[in-house]
Design a protein around this ligand. Sequence first.
Ligand code: SAM
Length: 254
Amino acid sequence: MSLTQKKKDLLKQEWLKLSSAWIKETREGRNSHRNGLLDQPMLEACGYVEGLRILDCGCGEGRFCRTLAQRGASYVLGLDICEPMIKAAKELQPSGNEYRIADVQNLSFLADQSFDLVVSYLNQCDLPDFIANTREVYRILRNKGRFVIANLHPMKSAGEGWYKSEDGLKQHVILDRYFEEDERHWRMMGVSPTNFHRTLSTYIQGFIEVGFNIEAIIELTLDKKKSVEFPDLLDELRVPNFIIYCLNNPSNQP
Ligand SMILES: C[S@@+](CC[C@H](N)C(=O)[O-])C[C@H]1O[C@@H](n2cnc3c(N)ncnc32)[C@H](O)[C@@H]1O
């Protein structure tokens, strides 16, 4: 998908507007979707990271890069298009980590086969061209390298919120226009950022066409043991909001 410069600037502006609230919430550790739902399976999907060279696409203020460094990664590069996110990430930069401002749809400044693992933690839904990102990641991964992607579940990105009864009880999620792949917006931290909705088969077919093997697909739900600690995640037992794709590069490039 080719976008006008005006549209690209608009997408960037949305993250600029969100960044201070996003950084504050992350630094305060207040995001229960990360703490109670996504972090553990993402770390399990990344596996043993000691000694690995890792790229984080859309790293935000660097939270997951720091976690990977703590777990022994030898080098973590975090890329983000939003300057204040990268500035904040640099403030807490552990040794072995590096952060750069970049659009993850073009990684031409990175050498072929130069990373062991790439993560994308809620970033592909922000990209007008997720295939460009996937293709670039494939190129920079060494043979048998892995790409772990957390994303909005396609049912979430097509969803239009809860249908509630008159007494305010949540009856079911409204799911419509699933097969219309286009921009969707909903309110987050006072801004309505753009999410690009795509069907499940578009993602999976895209990964396969680029050349990846699919190792696993994880549709996240709440571990019932966590429901006391994270009561605000109880809806996750009813409908899927997030998904993790675990891919590997099977190629035998020279
Ligand atoms: C939902 S946030 C996730 C941040 C981080 N991965 C985390 O889990 O805290 C999405 C991030 O992707 C960044 N982003 C959006 N479009 C991007 C692009 N084309 N290239 C690089 N980063 C981008 C945004 O600036 C934002 O920091």
